[in-house]
Design a protein. Structure first.
Length: 69
């Protein structure tokens, strides 16, 4: 398992609610959280394989921007 960090534009509770179903359906993501207090709105993801692209796809599908930190 490894922890990855991404810069996003997920900046409020409603944004987190919007992205939750997309991230929760990923089999390789064990835990995730967004630090909305951080100016870069850091999404921290614990992933149990090397398939990072599913995280990018899920966040983009939810309508948010994402980039690797």
């Amino acid at each position: 398992m490894k922890t990855l960090k991404y810069k996003t534009n997920i900046n409020c509770g409603n944004c987190i609610k919007s992205v939750t179903p997309f991230l929760n359906e990923l089999d390789n993501v064990d835990l995730w959280k967004v630090d909305t207090a951080n100016p870069d709105k850091i999404l921290e993801v614990e992933i149990d394989d090397e398939d990072e692209k599913v995280v990018f796809e899920a966040v983009k599908k939810a309508g948010f921007e994402i980039e690797k930190v």
